[in-house]
Design a protein. Structure first.
Length: 224
């Protein structure tokens, strides 16, 4: 079972194998990604794929979303779900007054097709609702480092500009908060690899890849 990675929104004039055109602006995209983050933190899974492409098509608005059974042999990590909507709504998909209904449709798809004994409809709805209600203030635990006397946690927030805004918190062995620091906003998480945690200092090393060759570790002395 693969943890959820993303939900993406598209529109198409008809139900076919092509994905269609991406229409979501930053604010809607950020709201949907926060839902994904919250579901992921709770170990939600689609099954044997991790990306869901929701494709809106003009049609009978009373029709049910249809999960496609087609699997792209070269990209088996995604599936498509086609959602018929009335023409007026279809033409306004990229308007802010459509966001609430789009979120509701996503929630219905998740509940209808992906609820299970391990992840009930109420649990799915709770994750969606809390992500929407908390907005940019929602925290998702991303990385944790524990020692005998310290615990460091990096939480992720996701802004309406589609940037990560990490938050570092360090606790003692009794779970008292010793240090809290807003970290630099970023569009990728390449800067967050191994964590070295001492009694007075923390070092966050970048991941080891081609994009981080010139990136230096970040060091904070949290007790002086």
């Amino acid at each position: 079972m693969r943890k959820i990675e993303d939900i993406r929104l598209f529109k198409s004039d008809e139900m076919n194998e092509s994905i269609g055109s991406y229409f979501a602006g930053k604010k809607l995209n950020a709201a949907v990604f926060r839902i994904v983050m919250n579901l992921r933190e709770h170990d939600f899974s689609f099954g044997d794929f991790d990306h869901l492409y929701v494709v809106f098509i003009p049609g009978d608005s009373s029709g049910m979303p249809v999960m496609s059974d087609k699997i792209d042999r070269y990209s088996p990590w995604y599936r498509q779900c086609f959602v018929p909507v009335g023409k007026d709504f279809f033409d306004r998909l990229n308007h802010s007054d459509s966001h609430e209904k789009i979120i509701s449709i996503i929630k219905d798809i998740l509940v209808t097709y992906f609820s299970s004994e391990n992840f009930s409809p109420d649990k799915i709805a709770g994750c969606v609702n809390s992500a929407i209600n908390q907005g940019e203030n929602m925290l998702m635990k991303f990385k944790e480092k524990k020692t005998a006397k310290r615990r460091a946690v990096i939480f992720l927030r996701y802004t309406d500009d589609c940037e990560y805004y990490p938050l570092l918190r360090i606790f003692d062995s009794d779970d008292n908060l010793l240090y809290e620091k807003d970290l630099k906003r970023c569009t990728t998480l390449d800067g967050f690899g191994d964590i070295q945690l001492g009694l007075k200092k923390i070092t966050i090393k970048p991941r080891k890849n081609a994009f981080t060759e010139k990136m230096s570790p970040v060091v904070f002395e949290y007790i002086k």
